[in-house]
Design a protein around this ligand. Structure first.
Ligand code: AMP
Length: 399
């Protein structure tokens, strides 16, 4: 069932509680990156322009249910006030009489930002009493915090039971459009690229997409669990014992279901985890190559780059989660950069970057504006791709 959108609300004169994601990086009390605050503006500005009175809530860091000043949202209130032409109130409390008064006194077109919801243990335990206290501050709930939508917390899910209506904001709407809607009938060829480290984190995604994708490309540290499962030499490359049987099973499943699951034809091996390392593109595995003892595979090799690029050049839908190598170190960034570039140049494809490190990589190479969509959630985007229902979405009213 489609969920209610903030666009469908009639917010004039109402108090609307918007759960935003203001979990911004801070250094010495200063915000070092305000992307998340800027990203929240479309939903906020739309509701304000239609006469809403807004109560905004977010978590910041992991204060573990205690009031810790270093996790206060005060700097965020200040920054939001600079970014938006609206009055932003902040009283330094999350619930209680002072907040209730401030919420009651809000004028049309004004904002009250609550203090960090995770100062209360009831937030993460989804305590109904805490959810009710939050709900008492507003008439309507809007969830626009995609990054925490996979958590059933008081301000992301519990609150929805105690308000007139609960709707998704524009960020959540966009995430669902690309990570769910686009995949129902993807334009083909549909290619999935998975990299990064943990096979067990991504197995759900592989299983969910084995029948849907035309090709699954595996890179990053993940590939070595597969290569080890096949009996190849992997030197000191990253591979966790518990991932080997999982990798074996995935290979068997792909074969049984006729999905083209492709491992990198070769690797870049290095004798040190640094820019000063000696590096060498190995003989392809199919020709008997492998990683030497004492060496570590830290990027995909040149044959793999060519093969992956040729497939991605002709793709019509691409989902990418996880870098091809240790892109944070320039000596091992070539494979990840090549994938970024081929996706940026394939303007005929819908290119969806699924959260976390792949978004960091795309931004590092300055190609963010060339992608169709970049997810704002790590765990939440993986769960959506797995086909799971997110509690922060399930709790919303039906359209
Ligand atoms: P994940 O959080 O599972 O997406 O993993 C991302 C991390 O995997 C990044 O920090 C990369 O540096 C790292 N990574 C990618 N390829 C390798 C590799 N071959 N060996 C070790 N780490 C890798």
């Amino acid at each position: 069932m489609p969920k209610l959108s903030f666009r469908d609300l009639k917010p004039k004169g109402k108090r609307v509680f918007v759960r935003v994601d203001y979990n911004v990086p801070l250094k010495n009390g200063e915000i070092t990156d305000d992307t998340r605050i800027r990203a929240s503006l479309p939903t906020i500005q739309d509701l304000l322009s239609r006469g809403a009175r807004l109560v905004l809530a977010s978590h910041l860091g992991r204060p573990k249910g205690e009031k810790k000043p270093e996790f206060s949202l005060a700097p965020v209130a200040k920054r939001l006030g600079e970014l938006i032409e609206a009055k932003v109130h902040f009283v330094g409390e999350t619930v209680g009489p002072e907040v209730e008064k401030a919420a009651n006194d809000l004028g049309e077109g004004e904002i009250l930002l609550l203090e960090n919801v995770r100062f209360f243990p009831g937030e993460t335990s989804n305590d109904p009493n805490f959810a009710k206290q939050l709900a008492a501050l507003a008439d309507v709930f809007v969830n626009d915090a995609f990054g925490t939508a996979h958590r059933a917390h008081a301000s992301t899910a519990g609150i929805a039971e105690h308000v007139e209506k609960a709707a998704m904001g524009s960020l959540v709407e966009k995430e669902l459009k690309y990570l769910q809607g686009e995949l129902e009938k993807p334009s083909r060829p549909f290619v999935v690229i998975l990299g990064g480290k943990k096979v067990s984190d991504k197995i759900g995604v592989i299983n969910a997409l084995l029948d849907k994708a035309d090709t699954i490309l595996i890179g990053g540290a993940m590939q070595y669990a597969f290569r080890k499962a096949q009996g190849h030499a992997i030197g000191t490359s990253y591979a966790v014992d518990e991932d080997i049987p999982i990798a074996k099973d995935i290979l068997a499943q792909a074969e049984a279901r006729g999905t083209n699951l492709l491992l990198p034809a070769d690797s870049l091996e290095a004798d040190d985890f640094s820019n000063e390392a000696n590096t060498h593109s190995i003989t392809p595995y199919a020709d008997g190559g492998g990683i030497r003892d004492g060496w570590e595979g830290l990027d995909i090799g040149n044959h793999a780059i060519d093969e992956f690029s040729a497939i991605l050049k002709d793709a019509k839908t691409v989902i990418w989660n996880g870098p091809m190598g240790v892109f944070e170190i320039d000596a091992f960034a070539k494979g990840t950069k090549a994938i970024c570039e081929v996706l940026a140049n394939n303007t005929a494809a819908t290119t969806i970057i699924g959260g976390g490190d792949s978004v960091t990589a795309v931004n590092k190479f300055g190609l963010g504006d060339k992608m169709t969509f970049m997810s704002t959630g790590g765990g939440a985007s993986l769960e959506l791709l797995e086909g799971k229902t997110l509690p922060g979405v399930a709790a919303l009213s039906e359209a």
